[in-house]
Write a protein that binds this ligand. Sequence first.
Ligand code: NOJ
Ligand code: CA
Length: 564
Amino acid sequence: MTDQLIAPPAVEAPPASWWRNAVIYQIYPRSFADSNGDGIGDLPGILSRLPYLRDLGVDAVWLSPFYSSPQADAGYDVSDYRTVDPIFGTVADAEKLIAGAHELDLRVIVDLVPNHSSDQHEWFKRAIADGPGSPFRDRYHFRPGKGENGELPPNDWPSIFGGPAWTRVCDPDGTPGEWYLHLFAPEQPDFNWEHPAVRDEFKTILRFWLDLGVDGFRVDVAHGLVKEDGLPDVGHEAEWHLLGVGESPCFDREGVHEIYREWRKILDEYPGERIAVAEAWAPTLARVADYVRDDELHQAFNFSYLGTAWNVPAQRQMIDDSLAAMRVVGAPTTWTLSNHDVVRHSNRLLQTGDGEVAGRRPTAVDPVAGLRRARAASALMLALPGSAYLYQGEELGLPEVVDLPPEVRQDPAFHRATGQDGYRDGCRVPIPWSGTEAPYGFGPEGGGSWLPQPDSWAQLSVAAQEGVPGSTLELYRAALAVRRGMPALAPTDNLRWVPAPDGVLAFERAVEDEPVFRCTVNMSGRPVAVGRPGELLLASGALDGTADNVVLPPDTTVWWSIQD
Ligand code: NOJ
Ligand code: CA
């Protein structure tokens, strides 16, 4: 007997504290939809595809940066925080996009990049042009070098993208001068957040976009703004993981929290629950929770979960620890499995059993097995209490593109051998929408795409999956519809584990202490028969079974309604 899925229940989203259990879809603008055929996605392209996102059933979108930028790090190097880069459109396009999203009941979160600017930002250009002693140098971290002639960097910090975190500048007369700090690429000088002008500037940038109607901000490198006084050497470079595993003098310093308390006041001045979500890599979940205390930011990505191995003890422990850590501060957990910096989970969860996260070279995996596990993992994530972020293309089951030729790769770290990252292009390949040939509706016919799309993507396009039972797109749509329609899936504190066979994870969600929903995940690697606790709502893969049992194939998640 093959199971038929019942139709998802009718929908009514709770209006209050929308963000506590929202599903938020990350748009990587350059890879989403290209309106003018230059091969790069843009804001009008996104506007034209908003109905797709409404139909998918997400609550909000987060847009990676679209501000003026030389694109040294795909827009995470901002030269003007109040303008839109011409490759993406204009501020008027941004306004149209925000209004268009609101008309469809979609909220809009924009990226904010406060740790560093572009080296083409007006302030940095002045700092260089004016020479030593320029007050603009105080807005960044300029220092004289060490060594007899200042030829050595001021400290031993490495850049996340490889090489030292310092670059030496030339004085206006052409002689080698001071060094400036950049935790990322040399084109991304770090701001000095001790400087009041920097703090004031970002408050006005927040207001600029809030006034334009955005519903929130994703805060880039939220843990990095404040550096340890005196920028001390670390002395053990090889062990020092810059993204916050362990103590470091430039990440997760206590001083960052004061900044977020100030920002929270600004967000709260605006109607409609405007939010901020932190990209904060911190050594422990408790330290991540500090960013979402009730007078700070609203959400913080749970990167520990993203890096958790696919087995029952590891997943269960991580879910328990995450919920417990956030409960202490009264915040929801913010789950995510993929984003523009990490290997897609359709590849990663099969490639690494040990929780390796970002920036490692992805290897090819069996695409069928990879997708099966990814679908099971997404269905698990979407059944958990809290908010969840999806990354564009995961709802199509896109694989990581592992064989991009070196000459097309654009990740700034790719050619810096010691860098941590460098393989992030593989998850940034433009989305296939329709048709049988590249660019698969990403842009006008005959237009290109800034990264080449694999031939096999015709069968993964939106058009190829829409309305097709069992497709990944329809699985996501069904999951989001159930999630919206089931009040038991809204609270953040109603998960309880239930006994399950070896290698199977099972939990329920309760209303007034009565379990009404169950999620069962088979991670055992073999088919497992389980009893039917109620009506089947969703299955990430095809099931077999009898009237009393269902047989879950390996890497399959099912949702049940156990209401009377
Ligand atoms: C995190 C962003 O997600 C990543 O893409 C970027 O390279 C760094 N921050 C630097 O802004
Ligand atoms: Ca374009």
